[in-house]
Ligand binder design. Structure first.
Ligand code: G6P
Ligand code: ZN
Length: 698
């Protein structure tokens, strides 16, 4: 059909449909496909798999088969993504199937781009029924790499497991489902639940309902109408920016960013926050245009650029951590690691005598000034290569050594070609010569939010962290006398608490920080929060007066609350069998150990496999991580990652509280050494996984 342009101010393109007021729907026959189970953050596979006939279409259809009709019929959905390869093609498929299933309207970000937090913001602002996010987060993008899709519900939060399990059930054949359920009952494997079987609603996918409409031009803002279905291409930034202006005092931030004695650096890593960085930081807040690096979102997030060589990476390190480095550096998730000379940052990197800077690719996925940006996620997807490099973690530098040296020792070739992705939900905060751990970051934001951020002017309602995140936030909650919650790993667990008005600020050790302004973690929000804190503390400083720095703020916080030393060791791509056996062994210890037992110098307070009962809906999540908690508050935690894409990733989290100010500038790895050794011996990790060293330390 031909498009007619209406002569109105808002661009409305109408598909001629005078003869047929409703769009023609065709039924495309299909077969069930195995393996479409969603992980912590949606369905993630290689692009090649998604491109197989009906692979994506099946999942989308299964989703509509799973939702109650009132959640989408004639409803409004949002569609966005991180700009990665295949998004444009996928958007057309999703739009047609949505129309075919009776959705009324879809709002889609221009070129299919909208960051994860912005999708959440748009869903809430426009009162949509839900939305799709086309992203594989920090996994690499491009024809050879990863693609992913996630569905968020009407308050902007990731769909609960009851829905994702149902979708998965609907992608399978009835026979397969029966088989799996029997298997899970027989092996008591746990964690494998197909909820809709119990309800008896078994829909074996057999057809895809698709509207017979042309591809939508995603490059042009405006509404296209197809009978009773329409698509509106929206500016991905404006709703989100409006929200940020409501949350923060932009004048205050502007007063900081326009100072000549404050230098700011934001690295968008060629991922989706590139679309947001200039309009927000430069156009609105007056930051120098040069302060944004890698600001153009690319389909492969800048594949092959910048040229990875040790010298270049070292230069970048020198920028952030050198004599005259910027005062504040931040990044949101994007292409990681490439810059680090191909070493992928799969280790701790110490950038200064007492500055532990870690890295961690999979987790960091981006980096302040690109320098720390590491790449776990990218490496992970390399299959063979990973195994090779993952056992070769370089020894740490004792004297502020450089990343470059790490890279050469490691000699991991080929990683330079690997791009990473990013949907803008994570953040990393750096000061000059200083790395703020995500666990500290959320605690410090929470402690200062009421003063510095208008959204929290009557005080946060409550605080929460994921279980493995350090207890720094707990101390703030206690001091401010706020309700506090400890949830399992996964942002989705915060949503109910927020909807119930019990939670305002939360964070995870995995570089996620956010609040109830939306229902996702939010990279730009975290950066704006930190800028607000710094601006607030310096608002009366005259030109030439020394500013209170990021490290001053953190050290002060530690002096007030004590320091929670924290570190995470990742062992990526372990053989699943060994990793599962290790977890089994630890679970066994849980049942055998008793309070009061001695573990080296530590006395056991309790050990358990973390279970969370949602205080709002009473739902229970069990087997969320094995915790050894000692009488002095120190903790060792073991989990298997729910986001790894190959093999099993073992994560060990260690934490120790230190009230003594004179010990606060100790290196975290040094402070935690006894606990780390204890964790390794208690778990017999080496024995079970064959791993000598972690692949990532954060
Ligand atoms: C994603 C989730 C986070 C989670 C992180 C690590 O980013 O949104 O909630 O903390 O992955 O999860 P994992 O299961 O790999 O430790
Ligand atoms: Zn992300």
């Amino acid at each position: 059909p031909k498009l007619h342009r209406r002569t109105s101010s808002a661009a409305i393109f109408k598909v001629s449909s005078s003869s047929s007021p409703s769009t023609a729907i065709c039924s495309v026959p299909t077969e069930p496909i195995e393996g479409q189970k969603t992980g912590t953050s949606g369905l993630r596979k290689k692009v090649k798999i998604f491109k197989q006939e009906n692979y994506l279409a099946n999942w989308i259809q299964a989703l509509f088969d799973s939702l109650p009709p009132e959640d989408f019929k004639n409803g409004l959905l949002v569609l966005g993504g991180d700009g990665r390869y295949f998004n444009q093609e996928a958007a057309q498929i999703i739009i047609k199937i949505a129309a075919g299933n009776g959705v009324g309207k879809i709002l889609v970000g221009k070129e299919g781009i909208t960051s994860t937090p912005a999708v959440s913001a748009v869903i809430r602002k426009r009162k949509a029924n839900g939305g799709f996010i086309m992203s594989a987060s920090h996994n690499p993008g491009g024809p050879e790499y990863d693609w992913g899709i996630k569905f968020n519900y009407n308050s902007g939060q990731p769909a609960p497991e009851s829905i994702t399990d149902k979708i998965y059930g609907n992608t399978l054949s009835l026979g397969f489902r029966y088989h799996k359920v029997m298997l899970s009952i027989l092996s008591n494997a746990g964690g494998f639940v197909i909820t809709n079987l119990n309800g008896g609603i078994a829909i074996q996918i057999s057809e895809i309902k698709k509207a017979d409409i042309p591809d939508v031009d995603l490059s042009r803002l405006g509404v296209t109408e197809y009978g009773n279905f329409s698509v509106e291409v929206i500016d991905p930034v404006s709703d989100y920016l409006e929200l940020m202006e409501d949350v923060f005092d932009f004048q205050l931030i502007k007063s900081l960013l326009s100072r000549s004695d404050f230098r700011f650096m934001f690295d968008a890593m060629h991922a989706v926050t590139g679309a947001y960085a200039k309009p927000i930081f430069v156009d609105k807040l007056g930051a120098n245009p040069d302060s944004i690096t890698n600001g153009v979102p690319l389909e492969d997030f800048g594949h092959g650029h910048p040229d990875p060589n040790l010298t270049y990476a070292k230069d970048l390190v020198d920028v952030m951590f050198g004599e005259n480095g910027p005062d504040f550096g931040a990044a949101s998730d994007g292409k990681g690691g490439v810059v680090v000379g191909g070493l992928g940052g799969r280790s701790t990197t110490r950038l200064g005598p007492d500055k532990l800077v870690a890295s961690g690719g999979a987790t960091v996925a981006a980096s302040g000034g690109a320098t720390l940006a590491l790449t776990g996620g990218c490496i992970r997807s390399l299959g063979g290569t990973v195994g090779k490099c993952s056992t070769e973690v370089p020894k740490e530098e004792e004297d502020g050594g450089s990343i470059g040296d790490d890279g050469s020792e490691r000699g991991v070739g080929g990683l330079d070609e690997v791009p990473c992705g990013g949907d803008g939900d994570r953040n990393m905060i750096l000061g000059r010569d200083f790395f703020v751990t995500p666990s500290d970051s959320v605690a410090i934001i929470a402690a200062n939010a009421q003063a510095a951020i208008p959204y929290f002017q009557s005080g946060p309602k409550g605080l929460a962290r994921s279980m493995p995140t350090s207890g720094a936030l707990d101390r703030v909650a206690k001091k401010l006398n706020l309700p506090f919650f400890e949830v399992p790993t996964g942002w989705k667990f915060f949503g109910n608490l927020m909807d119930a008005g019990k939670l305002s600020i939360c964070g995870e050790e995995s570089f996620g920080t956010g609040s109830d302004h939306i229902r996702e973690k939010d990279g730009i929000w975290a950066v704006l929060a930190w800028l607000s804190l710094i601006a607030y503390r310096n608002k009366d400083k005259k030109p030439g007066e020394k500013l209170i720095s990021v490290s001053d703020i953190v050290m002060e916080h530690w002096a007030t609350y004590g320091r929670n030393f924290f570190s995470r060791y990742d062992y990526e791509e372990c053989e699943s069998e060994g990793a599962n056996k290790m977890i089994g062994y630890l679970r066994d210890l849980v049942s055998k150990s008793k309070a009061g037992e001695k573990y080296g110098n530590y006395i056991l307070q309790f050990v358990d496999d973390f279970t969370y009962t949602d205080p709002v809906d009473g739902s229970v999540a069990s087997k969320q991580g094995i915790r050894f908690v000692f009488t002095d508050g120190s903790r060792i935690i073991f989990r298997l990652s729910g986001t790894g894409s190959a093999g099993a990733t073992v994560r060990i989290y260690v934490e120790q509280f230190e009230p003594d100010v004179s010990k606060h500038d100790m290196d975290a790895q040094t402070a935690l050494k006894p606990l780390i050794d204890l964790a390794l011996s208690v778990s017999k990790l080496k024995e079970f996984t064959g791993r000598e060293k972690p692949t990532v330390i954060t």
